[in-house]
Design a protein. Structure first.
Length: 95
């Protein structure tokens, strides 16, 4: 999927569509997902319809749908370069 070629609104719609598909595959109603996530059914509906909701709500829904590991590929942890590792090792040895 060409995420860069999409507007922010289209990205929200695609994310909502995928959340809805996953919710249905796991056989949760919107109300059940909302209750388990600690958010309102309205918020789940808004999210699934591509409306702007909070990052906290997204995290809560992804936790219930067992999708949190996807954040690792979304925002990968930056690895230190070999030079940075070497410099931090030298700095620690001096302390």
């Amino acid at each position: 999927m060409d995420w860069y070629g999409m507007t922010d609104g289209l990205i929200l719609i695609e994310i909502g569509r995928r959340i809805k598909q996953t919710r249905k595959r796991k056989r949760y109603s919107q109300a059940e997902l909302a209750e388990r996530a600690g958010i309102s059914s309205f918020t789940v509906s808004q999210m699934e319809n591509g409306k702007n909701t909070s990052l906290g709500s997204l995290i809560a829904v992804m936790r219930i749908l067992k999708l949190l590991e996807n954040f690792e590929s979304l925002i990968p942890e930056l690895m230190k370069s070999p030079v940075q590792l070497y410099n931090s090792k030298i700095k620690r040895s001096r302390e």
